[in-house]
Design a protein around this ligand. Structure first.
Ligand code: NIG
Ligand code: FE
Length: 383
């Protein structure tokens, strides 16, 4: 592989607020960032990409997405906008559609959604199972997910399927279903919530997954305060996701831990719910990530720029904080240090914006600002 010089970068953000430089260049060699500096000092290289003054940011790391499913819940969304509450009950509708779909349909849906994420500047996306809820359907969901991402998550404990005894289902999730899922999964997740799994059930599911070598992460405090965040911290989970309803104790626990608080403002947008208190988390010193939660029920968006705009407008994050959370923060939530930044040695995952500054990600909401995307130093999206 020859090296590629990305030059004439109007504004380059390598690693958040302190890592933004004007009039920069970057060299990619063997899929990695090999050099970063002022354009005036750029060394000679084989090939060049002139981005004509545009801004360059790290590729977005979407650390929470449910992409393996079939069917639509547009009608449920419309009913919600007319006043119906979101309870998570619609998960069962998607489970029925997913079980009835062929492997090819599920595969094609994931391919379409992953391509959609890439067109919006995402270079890493985590993919969960959770709409199969049988041994076979969870295993095939993860088998398909693994064709698209190494960041695959076993979410057999999404809800208790209709007509199943909850305790028997938890035993299945911790036993035979885990055995079938394990070869295709890196992470284990559970929806710890009233109407889904309580703290003790969630602890059992995560402990079994950890025992099998999977890393723990958790859907915590989405609809109610509950004990999900405390459990995440207790188990040193990589991430506690949603964090919509937090007590001061939860904020302090996250701030004093290695567990990332992953905020999913697309879900609050699409369920018309109050947004999480990002400022309390940031001001307490917690590590915050932003992700899409892309799924057909509570947040059917693949757009990290949209989530950044929501984080800035609705959760009072600064544009720099939001960009950091959508890149480095997401990488931390996946316990990765090779992605989510563009320092020398990082994987060459970068997004060229059709804008002079990353500020435009929030300043120009809803506008397709992604110009070019490189992943591993290879073009995945070109204008
Ligand atoms: O993260 N909360 C649980 N799971 C998804 C929603 C799933 C659905 O409604 O289909 C979430 O929001
Ligand atoms: Fe989710």
């Amino acid at each position: 592989m020859t090296s590629l010089l990305v030059t004439n970068i109007g504004e380059l953000t390598t690693h958040g607020p302190q890592g933004t430089v004007q009039h920069a260049s970057l060299i990619i060699d063997e899929g990695r960032v090999a050099w970063v500096g002022a354009k005036s000092h750029q060394p000679p290289t084989d090939a060049r990409l002139d981005v004509e003054g545009r801004a360059v940011v790290p590729g977005f790391v979407d650390s929470h997405a449910h992409l393996v499913f079939a069917g639509s819940r547009a009608v449920e969304f419309a009913a919600r906008m007319a006043g119906e509450p979101y309870t998570g009950g619609g998960i069962r509708t998607t489970v029925a559609a997913t079980r009835g779909a062929t492997d090819q349909t599920l595969h094609d849906n994931v391919a379409r959604l992953v391509a959609e994420t890439q067109r919006q500047g995402t270079t890493t996306v985590e993919i969960k199972s959770g709409y199969g809820l049988t041994v076979e359907d969870e295993a095939r969901s993860l088998r398909i997910a693994a064709q698209f991402s190494p960041e695959t998550t076993y979410l057999g404990a999404h809800v208790v399927p209709d007509g199943t005894d909850p305790d028997a289902y938890v035993r299945l999730v911790c036993g035979e279903m885990l055995d079938a899922a394990r070869p295709h999964a890196k992470w284990v997740d559970v929806f710890c919530e009233r109407g889904a799994f309580d703290v003790d059930q969630a602890r059992a599911v995560l402990a079994a997954g950890m025992q099998a070598g999977l890393g723990p992460r958790i859907h915590a405090n989405q609809l109610t305060e509950g004990g999900g965040v405390q459990l995440a911290v207790e188990l040193q989970a990589a991430s506690a996701d949603h964090c919509t309803h937090l007590s001061t104790k939860d904020v302090d626990a996250l701030a004093g831990s290695q567990t990332v608080a992953t905020l999913l403002p697309g879900a609050e947008f699409s369920t018309r719910s109050p947004y999480p208190d990002a400022r309390a988390l940031l001001d307490a010193g917690a590590t915050v990530a932003l992700a899409t939660d892309c799924n057909p029920g509570s947040s059917y968006t693949t757009s990290m720029p949209f989530c950044i705009a929501l984080a800035v407008r609705e959760m009072r994050m600064t544009p720099a904080e939001a960009l950091w959370s959508a890149t480095t923060g997401g990488a931390r939530a996946l316990r990765r240090d090779d992605i989510g930044h563009l320092s020398v040695g990082a994987r060459a995952d970068l997004t060229v914006l059709d804008a002079p500054s990353f500020l435009h990600l929030a300043y120009r909401p809803g506008v397709p600002l992604v110009h070019t995307v490189l992943r591993n130093g290879e073009f995945t999206c070109t204008p």
